[in-house]
Design a protein around this ligand. Structure first.
Ligand code: SAH
Ligand code: TRP
Length: 334
């Protein structure tokens, strides 16, 4: 029976973190009570936030998603041939929409890996998994539900077989530089000589296009950014006047990153019920909600090298808009 067959090929596990992960309360205490005020990015992605992110990817201004998809469409075959995966682990898989190009290439080439998406947003991942097992009769999906900042040491991946680890969407660029290297080192620790990492990273380019990509005319990115305050209101019994915060996206040329911020529209106090605290926000005062680092071919090489990895193929979008890099362990012979 088709339905039960599909269930058999779609499993999920909650990932046990290797180390204690800060709770929302800890993060808010550390970030919102300090100056400049900041919030960790993972709280964007509740069910509504995940839907808004998908909508961002469909806006004309947000070129990274289309650029990455075009690179995947063009190079999925060579990537799958080079990596010959038995297991494909994807960090921050979201809707797995672009990953379909890799699975379609696997299908064409008769390579049948198990797909292991790993995301905090369980619902979106399970919906995507159900769709994928319906598309490919050979495919098993094992969804990993959790926070990848808690570490990758306890994933239930079998020991044998070649691994392709996929990290798309420029999401590694959302880590601060030291944390990005630490994350890549954890990825490298999962890899043996023949294993590969497929990394999608956005590139430094003119400020106008960068800032427009993070401030689309339809206001979807603004709604996504503000949604993090709705999450805090719900989860922490807070009372941010969400609609009064203005979305800002500013390119910092020195750090080569877009900074997403929320600026208070007027002076007000916010009650954080769960922390039993009140914070005073002045008109124009900002909360930094996300960094999105942009790279150059040289900074990508340095980043990989710092984690003991080296590129084996580098696919660039036309005009150098975006990079899709296949990498292996620098000490590997593959
Ligand atoms: N790879 C997709 C989605 C990118 S958006 C694409 O390229 O379009 C970033 C994704 O990472 C979201 O699905 C979000 O839920 C997930 N994510 C963010 N922080 C995470 C964390 N700490 N642990 C696990 N997943 C996380
Ligand atoms: N990884 C995406 C990026 O840096 C995430 C993202 C896109 C994002 N648009 C955003 C995060 C707006 C916060 C706000 O491009």
């Amino acid at each position: 029976m088709r339905v039960s067959e599909q269930t058999d090929r779609l499993a999920s596990s909650v990932v046990t973190p290797d180390r204690a992960v800060a709770t929302l309360t800890d993060d808010v205490r550390a970030g919102l009570l300090s100056r400049p005020r900041w919030l960790p990015a993972k709280y964007f992605y509740d069910d509504h936030g995940s839907e808004l992110f998908e909508a961002i990817c469909a806006t004309p201004a947000y070129y990274p998603s289309r650029a990455e998809e075009a690179l995947l469409a063009a190079h999925a075959g060579s990537i799958v041939e080079a990596a010959s995966p038995d297991h494909m682990l994807e960090l921050g898989s979201g809707s797995s929409r672009k990953t379909r190009h890799l699975l379609a290439a696997c299908d064409r080439l008769g390579r049948h890996p198990v797909y292991w998406p790993f995301d905090v947003s369980a619902q979106m991942m399970l919906d995507a998994g159900a769709d994928l097992v319906g598309r490919y009769p050979w495919l098993s999906v094992h969804a990993l539900i959790g926070d990848y900042t808690g570490g990758l040491g306890r994933l239930p991946l079998p020991h044998s077989g070649r691994r392709l680890i996929v990290f798309l969407g420029g999401t590694l660029g959302n880590f601060e530089p030291a944390a990005a290297i630490a994350m890549l080192r954890e990825i490298a620790a999962l890899m043996r000589a023949d294993d590969r990492l497929l990394l999608g990273l956005d590139r430094v380019k003119d400020r106008g296009r960068l800032e427009a990509a993070y401030d689309d005319a339809e206001g979807v990115t603004a709604a996504f950014n503000r949604n993090v305050l709705t999450v805090l209101n719900r989860e922490l019994d807070a009372d941010f006047p969400v609609a009064d915060y203005r979305h800002r996206a500013v390119f910092d040329t020195e750090h080569e990153r877009i900074e997403m911020r929320l600026a208070a529209g007027h002076d007000h106090s916010v009650r954080l019920g769960a922390l039993d605290t009140v914070i005073d926000m002045a008109a124009g005062e900002e909360i930094v909600t996300e960094f999105s680092h942009k790279f150059t071919p040289a900074s990508i090489e340095r980043l990989l090298a710092a984690a003991g990895l080296a590129a084996t193929a580098h696919h660039e979008a036309e005009g150098g808009d975006y990079s899709l890099v296949l990498a292996g362990r620098a000490d590997g012979d593959g």
